[in-house]
Design a protein around this ligand. Structure first.
Ligand SMILES: [Zn+2]
Length: 247
């Protein structure tokens, strides 16, 4: 049984011992339609249903593994374990109740790293599945055989992220590429806002440090500083401190 070292091991019983072995050939991504922590996903599998996924990832990127990757988990209907013994590894991800929101950057990072490990550990080929039995990477709504007739999971936003970011980055890193800085043009408005906010705060901190320095120079200089100079610097510093703390 293989357990991913990058996940917290939260073994689900009795499924972990009672379900048959698989040869994993696919990795299928899901949204769970609830904004849950990994612990809550684990409890849901344990207490509320006899279904389960191999992995669960929270909004903050916290990752749990519930079933070994060479044991069947029941999230992908006919792909859980096929007649030839091959099967799919599944990951559930925290989402809003309608699974319409995109994965967070932390979720994307966790999924990419796991995807690389699955390629290295189980030889899951670096390709998008072309049919419900074809080895590779995919998401739940890709083929009706994976859901027993169809599903919207994991949602349009995450399907786009799979094609635009998650899968290409798994391929790139599995082939030896370092994690890339995301291109500004690929960012969502929220991601851009967060970066601009951080940059503004860093810039303000730098300005405040400069002001402190010049104030110190004025006060330390052997020449008595003119009142106007000191007042100017004090006013500058006060203004910056006010803006930094948003008051
Ligand atoms: Zn699903």
């Amino acid at each position: 049984m293989a357990w991913y070292p990058g996940a917290r091991k939260m073994e689900l019983q009795p499924e972990s011992d009672s379900q048959p072995a698989i040869v994993p050939t696919q990795f299928i991504l899901h949204s769970i339609a609830a904004p849950w922590t990994v612990q809550r996903i684990y409890e849901y599998w344990r207490d509320s249903t006899n279904l389960e996924s191999h992995f669960g990832v929270a909004y903050d990127g916290d990752l749990g593994q519930f079933i070994g990757t060479q044991t069947r988990a029941d999230a992908n209907y006919s792909a859980n374990r096929r007649a030839d013994g091959t099967g799919a590894i599944s990951l559930e991800s925290a989402s809003n109740l309608d699974h319409t929101d995109p994965w967070t950057p932390q979720q994307i990072e966790a999924i990419i790293n796991l995807g690389v490990w699955l390629n290295k550990t189980h030889g899951i080929p670096l390709r998008v599945c072309q049919s419900w039995t074809d080895p590779g990477y995919g998401f739940h709504s890709m083929f009706p055989e994976w859901s027993g007739g169809g599903t919207a999971c994991p949602g349009d936003a995450r399907r786009a992220q799979f094609h635009d970011t998650v899968f290409p980055e798994i391929v790139r890193r599995a082939q030896g590429g370092a994690p890339s800085q995301k291109d500004v043009l690929d960012m969502t408005p929220d991601e851009l806002k967060a970066i601009v906010k951080q940059a503004v705060e860093e810039e303000r901190l730098t300005l405040i440090k400069d002001q402190m320095f010049w104030l110190g120079v004025l006060l330390d200089s052997g020449d008595a500083p003119g009142d106007a100079d000191v007042q100017y610097q004090v006013a500058q510093t006060r203004g910056l401190l006010k803006s930094f703390f948003g008051k």
